[in-house]
Structure formats: structure tokens, C-alpha cells
Write a protein that binds this ligand. Sequence first.
Ligand code: SF4
Length: 229
Amino acid sequence: MRQVDFAQLRNQTQERMSLFSPRENELKQLVDELTAIFSEAEEVLKQHQDSDRSLIACGAGCQDCCVVNVSITLLEGIAIAQFLRSLDSVNFKSISTRLDLLWRDVRGLDDDERMVLRRQCAFLDERGYCLIYPVRPLFCRSVTSTDVEHCRAAVSGQVFGEVQPVMMHQFQLQLYKTLFSGVADGLERAGLDGRSFQLCGLVRYLLSYPDRDEELLTRSSLCWDEIYT
Ligand code: SF4
């Protein structure tokens, strides 16, 4: 596969997002478009010449980095909320409760404070698997490590204010950062809400108000105070 032109990819992603309008009942298509972007990115990673992932140490059950603040667009939050609403009531209730407990502990914390607290993401199950893996955020997809011990040292070092480097797969990082920017810009261009929010707080809020997805994306009316409470 030829080189990826990231500037062009950002423009293309922006274009794809800006074609939709939930005002015309296109929220489902918009979410489908986002999941198509997820799938296509996976293909690019499989096929691209700069994408040798053999050195990546991340894998199912590895959960050391799932203790950080994760930024997501409102559309990603809606995709996750829709995925969760499709689960059976027992799983749905269990995840909702975990979100409530986590948000009680981490709301208002900045990135460093959250890492020091080391509270795991509400979407991790007891095996360390991500329960929303098919719709996990672009941010989570971007993060990789070549050495699990480096991740542990980085998270532990944060407690003492130390910054420990973690070697990441740069192509994967750039790919997903580009897609994140393209999605956010495209939503703004379509007159929708392209701002980013904290994963836990946003999804908890969306689950509490199942009928507001379309309204929130269209009116850009969601404010921090609503999520915080
Ligand atoms: S959404 Fe999944 S991958 Fe991302 S921090 Fe949570 S458990 Fe980890």
C-alpha cells in the first residue's frame, strides 16, 4: 500500500462527516459512518508498509493504560451509548453502576490526578477486556506500547511526579489522531457538536437521557455542569 497522506485523510474524514445531518433523521447513518471509519482504519493498519505492528506489546487482557482520562467526541459517546443500550439488562445495569461509581471518584480530576488515582475504566471487565471494544474511542485505538513494563513504570512514576517515556507505534498514533481531528472538524462543518468530552462522564450522562442523542448533537447544547452532576 502507498504512503498515507494524513492531511488528505483528515480532509476526507471531515468531508464524510459533514455530509450528514441528524436534523434529517440521519443519526443512525452518522453512527454507521463512524463505525465504517473504525473498520477502514483497521484495514489500513493491516496493510500499510509503515504499519509493522510486530513490536506492539498490547493485547487482550492488558489493562495498564486504562486508568487515564479519555477524550471522545459526542458522536463517539453516542455510538458507545447505543452499543451499551443493546446489551442485556444485567450487563447494562452493571456497567451503569460502574460508571456512576467511577464518575463519583474521578470527576473534576485533571489528567495527572486521574493517573495517580489509578481507577480503572468502567468498561474493563474482570479479565481486563474492554467491554466496548467494537466501538472503543479513537483515543484508545491510538495508544500502543512496545513494552508492557514501560506502561506500568509510566503510570507508577506519575505518583511521584515522574514522566516516563512509553514507545508507541507512531503510524497508528498519527492515523487515529488524524481521524479524531477529521471527525471533530466534520461534525462542526455540518453544524453539529464536534467538541470533545471525558469518556466516563459523557457516556454516563447519555445513558441517563436515552432520548437526547439527536438533540444534543444537533443543538450543541451540552454543558459541563450537566455532565458533572
Ligand atoms: S474504553 Fe476500553 S480501551 Fe478505552 S480505556 Fe476503557 S477499557 Fe480501556
